[in-house]
Design a protein around this ligand. Structure first.
Ligand code: PHB
Length: 401
């Protein structure tokens, strides 16, 4: 394999952000190289969320990466909120200008993008950990990495950190040049995949005295379900029986409705965190996706934010290389952060409205129920939720709208 020693854009991380950026740059004839520290099987199997906003689907279409999504993705026109014995549907097209979302797992998006890139795309190296990024403040950046037992150096104009929350690229930015904003939550999610047809057509977000539960899906025969659990919980503490019984209780199973049970094929505990590092650029280093911001999964925003970052970034780099104008690139961080903070607020709102914190007072619970009741009875409040969930709140071009 002939490893390039120079490229225009070095992309670190082959998750959805890095792969999609590489695809968009490649389609515009901009040289790039993608370096991923893990192997291909790991990247393709890592379980993540599965809700795509309209804008995300549009970008995947533009990238020529939506063939399987068109066939297997499941368009959803609403979600159901369950709380205090009520069931309330949020109708997206009616409340958010005809918009909807798609259920299509992030793992599938990643598989589609990897297949495309290996077939026709920029170099993509797996098992290629980056050790250091040098020269963010100079004319040329150098990325030092290892591949096939050899230490290598790649010079480039820009390094894009798409390497997630634990990524290495961010560490090349001096601490005094960034500000970090963070909130942790006193609960986690236990997530399962089950070979069981979902007993519901749309996602169910349930507030209950026993804690939050979410019923999602991966296909007509595979359910994806989540339970709020205490931080530090071990998945082994949850037998299959206990999981199904608890899901039924929190989702309000009764004589007319209950979950379809089936073999559980994956089980893991996910922490919840809100976290933003600002700005998203330092000299020749730019951060995108989870390397720059984390949202708790309750609003299903993580993958959509990552997609939105790289859409803005691809346009900025294309403008720079086509016309020499750095205007969009200089605005990259501000442009993205407007949307990021909206998603941070929405994810925080969904999380704190639907979960029960340890030792929560009855006052706090009554506030949550009052807020949910407001959403169920006020088209205005429901529209706000629908616009945020479908990602149709104006951000970049919408200062005046
Ligand atoms: C998922 O299907 O994994 C999922 C859906 C909605 C969320 C979070 C996760 O809010």
């Amino acid at each position: 394999m002939n490893h390039p020693v120079r490229t225009r854009v070095a992309v670190v991380g082959a998750g959805p952000a890095g792969l999609l950026l590489a695809r968009l740059l490649h389609l515009s004839g901009i040289d790039c190289v993608v370096l991923e520290s893990r192997d291909r099987a790991y990247v393709e199997q890592r379980q993540r969320a599965g809700i795509l906003e309209q804008g995300t689907v549009d970008t995947l279409r533009r990238a020529g990466a939506a063939a399987r999504l068109e066939q297997q993705g499941m368009p959803h026109d609403g979600i159901e909120l369950r709380f205090g014995g009520n069931r309330h549907r949020i109708d997206f097209p009616a409340l958010a200008d005809g918009c909807r979302v798609w259920v299509y797992a992030q793992t599938e998006v990643v598989k589609d993008l990897i297949a495309l890139q290996l077939e026709d795309g920029a170099p993509l190296y797996f098992d290629a950990p980056v050790h250091a990024v040098q020269g963010a403040d100079t004319d040329t950046c150098v990325v030092h990495y290892t591949h096939e037992g050899q230490t290598r150096a790649l010079s480039c104009d820009y390094v894009i950190g798409c390497d997630g929350f634990h990524g290495i690229v961010r560490r090349a930015v001096p601490a005094q040049a960034t500000q970090v904003h963070e909130r942790t939550y006193p609960y986690s999610w236990l997530g399962i995949l089950a070979d069981a047809p979902p007993a519901y057509e749309e996602l169910i977000y349930a507030h209950s005295e026993r804690g939050f539960a979410l019923a999602s899906m991966r296909s007509p025969s595979v359910s994806r379900l989540y339970l709020q659990v205490p931080n530090g919980e071990h998945p082994a503490a949850w037998s299959e029986r206990r999981i199904w019984d608890e899901l039924d209780l929190r989702l309000g199973a009764d004589t007319t409705w209950r979950l379809n049970r089936g073999p559980i094929t994956a089980k893991s505990v996910l922490p919840m965190r809100s976290w933003v590092t600002e700005p998203m650029r330092h000299g020749r280093i730019l951060l995108a996706g989870d390397a720059a911001h984390i949202v708790p999964p309750t609003g299903a925003k993580g993958l959509n934010l990552a997609t939105s970052d790289v859409t803005v970034l691809a346009e900025a780099l294309i403008r720079l290389y086509d016309s020499g104008s750095a205007e969009l690139l200089d605005a990259y961080s501000d442009t993205c952060l407007r949307r990021v903070w909206r998603a941070e607020h929405f994810s925080y709102f969904m999380t704190t409205t639907l979960h029960t914190a340890p030792g929560q007072s009855s006052f706090d619970t009554r506030l949550q129920l009052s807020q949910l009741d407001r959403i169920a009875t006020s088209p205005h409040a429901a529209s706000e939720l629908a616009a945020n969930y479908t990602g149709t709140v104006p951000h970049d071009s919408g200062r005046n709208s």
